[in-house]
Design a protein around this ligand. Structure first.
Ligand SMILES: [Zn+2]
Length: 840
């Protein structure tokens, strides 16, 4: 016995010497934690240094940001576990059903800690440095045991571009001694907020959608391991204390009883650690667990324990800030909060390690026998627009949701019809796609496909609706019966046009969806002239919809190089089927050379940004131009727009924002023949302008309402509203990200390719009536959303309002779009509308 004790004492000594050999982050970086902001590359260097010098740590890079910064994580565990990591990873996937193989292999909790998804919540990466050093130096009670039984994964910074923007700006405004006075410029960030990534996306709204490079690459790695616990470290207002689990209501119904229980356990563990340090905190408030966009909910729907931690501070807090309470909040204080929560998360995971694993496996395995979704099968009709199907399947792949072709072709089932939003039936056809709820991702299938997610409380932090058939505008059905999968393999059709032997008179592309938009912009970029037909027509025994594209040889006689191969190549790249024809004479409709076949021109597009412009709205449009249609654009800042000659541009885009100071300039641009596209709040620019039809419509509606409104006498007791209900009362006026059915004037070129109806996310609370003069292109005729929460007053006011309208001003045109049709870049169906408007 003595010998063994001596041996283990020696071992501990050796370990400690090893641990002491590793420089602390303070030694390595040359500053004490919290005394200055570490830049991202310095943190990466430290993480790599520790991995190079400790058997307890390995580092892997998982990609690059848009601005070229490295994304990486460390795995921290005992050397034995790290040597076995690949086996541990595989067992985890096999035991949950994601990977084929022999079940029962060794698993241990994979605890994933992610910091700084919001760049200006700047304590995150600093806390990650301390967490890593503490683990590797085993200098916190329990660490040695934790590392024997768990693997800790640390992502120091999910949003390096935002984080460095914050740190560099702060350093530029920094004084020798931090000035805690809130008036000092070091507490004021400027536009755009460093919270966001390069394209100004909020990466904590992107987990399920994965539109951004940072998220997509991170989740590819996440899915390779499937952690059991994921904690996401944030900051909230500097006046708040600290938030940890349990989360606030509403909780999504797909969250399991064990996940509820573990939330409670984590809350208790954190409370013990915070109590010892006399730190203030709160639970069950503000941060709910409902919408799958987040770093807590998405992991929850992927079987893990997902947590949000919020430290009081944020970009405003800098290195030190005087609080209203009279205390000075320092970066060092904030590091302590997230450090404690990091320790608490690992501790509770270690203490509950066995149940964590068995319940995790069960979460996925149970989906095979007992799906949690009330509908066993979702059918996506195979004849939907190809680009929409391709986008949907890409999203399902990213979320590890399996799908196949449906069998039982010809059979009819009772079903919920998403597009008509009511019970109906579906007849299975060959090529229909089946998403079965019987699969490891059963919970996620429920979350993504349930027509209307149930909330027990409507005070949600973000959206309340996201059912995928509405997002992609797809004919789809939810069926309670179990529809078997077909044995045939689902192959996505690739389009392969070939250069015809005889030179055709023209090529025609039917307007099906977004692929045609991409094709058209590719042609315009190649200086190939293209027409769009305003009416349906038939030629050479084929029927074509409104908006179909005509690429006539006669329009392109002066093309450099081979016209045919250029057209064919662009069509193949865009996935568009071409119909070559040998005549311009149609069988039905207007001839190809008719005035109804209007020539498209290549517009010069300007996008406006700057202080007062919504970062999210601006970012989506920037991303659309650059990444979706890859079309040249110019971004013009509001601060110098008055010195720019706007006559150089055909289209000027105003994202939601305030433009009152530039009103004259923008109005002149329209009067001279420009096209101005206004989103959300930007509409106010013309809503107050007496000469517009929009203003007249608003005034007319006001008068109608005054007549209708019954005045409540001041003595009426309905005025006696309770103070504690104030927040809830305000909800009356808003839509918490609910989905509305949009009626379309399908004869208007802006609506081509969308059909007669479409769906849009309503997030703004402004309502605009139909224009008596002008074009009411897209509109809302119902009070009720098809999915999600809209308040009582909102529902009353939204009925019979516009979603998209346009009117002429002078020689130009203004287009009003009330909400983002391409919401957060995942509302893919809106791309067709944007394309139609920009390239009229
Ligand atoms: Zn945050």
């Amino acid at each position: 016995m003595k010998k063994i004790n001596l041996l283990s004492a020696l071992l501990i000594l050796v370990l400690n010497i090893q641990a002491q050999d590793i420089k602390s982050h303070a030694e390595f970086l040359g500053h004490e934690p919290g005394m200055e902001f570490t830049l991202h590359h310095q943190a990466v260097d430290y993480f790599k240094y520790v991995a190079d010098n400790s058997d307890y740590v390995s580092y892997i890079s998982y990609g690059k940001t848009y601005e070229g910064r490295e994304l990486g994580v460390v795995f921290v565990s005992s050397p034995e576990n790290l040597a076995d990591l690949e086996q541990i990873r595989k067992s985890n996937l096999i035991n949950t059903g994601f990977l084929d193989g022999e079940e029962g292999g060794k698993q241990m909790p994979l605890v994933w800690l992610s910091y700084n998804v919001h760049g200006n919540e700047s304590v995150g990466m600093e806390a990650a440095l301390k967490t890593l050093y503490t683990l590797v130096s085993r200098s916190y009670e329990g660490v040695s045991d934790w590392l024997k039984e768990c693997v800790i994964i640390i992502d120091p910074c999910q949003n390096p571009d935002g984080r460095d923007l914050y740190a560099n700006r702060y350093k530029r405004s920094q004084s020798i001694k931090p000035n805690p006075n809130p008036d000092d410029w070091q507490h004021h960030e400027g536009w755009p907020s460093a919270r966001l990534n390069h394209y100004l996306f909020d990466l904590n709204r992107d987990w399920v959608w994965q539109t951004q490079a940072e998220t997509e690459q991170r989740i590819r790695l996440y899915n390779k391991y499937m952690p059991h616990v994921h904690a996401d470290f944030h900051e909230m207002g500097a006046g708040s204390t600290f938030f940890f689990a349990p989360g606030a209501d509403p909780w999504h119904a797909a969250i399991t009883p064990w996940q509820h229980e573990f939330n409670e356990l984590t809350g208790k563990t954190n409370a013990e650690l915070f109590d010892k340090e006399y730190k203030l905190y709160f639970t069950k408030e503000s941060f709910d667990l409902f919408c799958p966009s987040f770093g807590d909910t998405w992991p929850l729907f992927n079987g893990a324990m997902g947590f949000t931690y919020e430290q009081g501070g944020g970009g405003y807090a800098g290195l030190a800030l005087d609080n209203e309470s009279g205390d000075t909040l320092t970066l060092a204080d904030r590091i302590e909060g997230h450090f404690l929560a990091s320790m608490g998360t690992i501790k509770v995971s270690y203490e509950n390690r066995e149940k964590l694993i068995t319940q995790f496996n069960d979460f996925f395995r149970s989906g095979l026998d007992k799906p949690v979704f009330e509908y066993e099968s979702v059918i996506i009709k195979g004849d939907n627009d190809k680009s929409a199907i391709a986008d949907l399947l890409k999203l399902l792949d990213k979320n590890q949701v399996k799908y196949s072709l449906a069998s039982n072709s010809g059979k009819t089932y009772k079903a919920f019809d998403y597009l008509s939003n009511k019970e109906g039936e579906v007849k299975i056809s060959e090529g229909d796609i089946l998403v079965s709820a019987r699969q490891p991702q059963s919970h996620l299938v429920k979350v993504l496909f349930e027509p209307d997610s149930k909330y027990i409380d409507s005070l949600s932090y973000d959206l309340t609706a996201w059912a995928l058939p509405y997002v992609y505008n797809l004919e789809a059905y939810a069926v309670k019966d179990r529809i078997p999968a077909s044995k045939l393999e689902l192959k996505q059709a690739t389009v392969k046009n070939e250069v015809p032997k005889n030179k055709p008179y023209a090529y025609i592309a039917d307007h099906q969806g977004f692929n045609e938009t991409k094709f058209m912009t590719a042609l315009l970029k190649n200086k190939i002239r293209v027409r769009s037909m305003l009416k349906p027509f038939s030629i050479s025994d084929n029927d074509f919809k409104r908006g179909s594209l005509i690429i006539a040889r006669g329009d392109n006689m002066n093309i450099n190089g081979d016209f045919d191969s250029k057209v064919i190549e662009s069509a193949n790249n865009s996935g568009v089927k071409l119909y070559p024809v040998s005549t311009g004479l149609v069988q039905k409709g207007k001839d190809l050379g008719s005035n109804y076949a209007s020539l498209k021109y290549k517009p010069d597009i300007a996008l406006i940004g700057g202080e007062g412009v919504s970062t999210g709205g601006f970012g989506e449009l920037w991303y659309f131009l650059e990444r979706e249609i890859e079309y040249p654009y110019t971004i013009i800042g509001l601060d110098y727009i008055n010195s720019v000659d706007l006559a150089e541009y055909d289209v000027v885009i105003l994202p939601s924002g305030s433009y009152s100071k530039q009103k004259e300039k923008l109005t002149d641009f329209v009067k001279q023949g420009g096209r101005l596209v206004l989103f959300g709040d930007a509409i106010k620019l013309f809503a107050d302008e007496e000469s517009t039809n929009l203003y007249k419509a608003i005034e007319a509606r006001k008068k109608e309402k005054e007549k209708e409104e019954k005045k409540i006498a001041t003595s009426d007791t309905t005025h006696l509203k309770k103070y504690e209900n104030q927040r809830r009362e305000r909800l009356n006026e808003r839509s918490a990200g609910s989905i509305y059915r949009i009626g379309l004037d399908d004869t208007h070129p802006y609506a081509f390719g969308l059909g007669k109806e479409w769906f849009m996310m309503r997030t703004s609370s402004d309502h605009y009536p139909f224009l008596a003069k002008g074009n009411n292109i897209a509109y809302i005729l119902n009070s009720e959303p098809v999915s999600g929460f809209a308040g009582k007053k909102f529902r009353e006011e939204v009925k019979n309002t516009i979603a998209v309208a346009s009117e002429s001003i002078g020689r130009g045109e203004v287009i009003y779009i009330t909400d983002s049709p391409y919401y957060r870049a995942y509302w893919k169906s809106g791309r067709i509308l944007l394309g139609n408007i920009l390239f009229r």
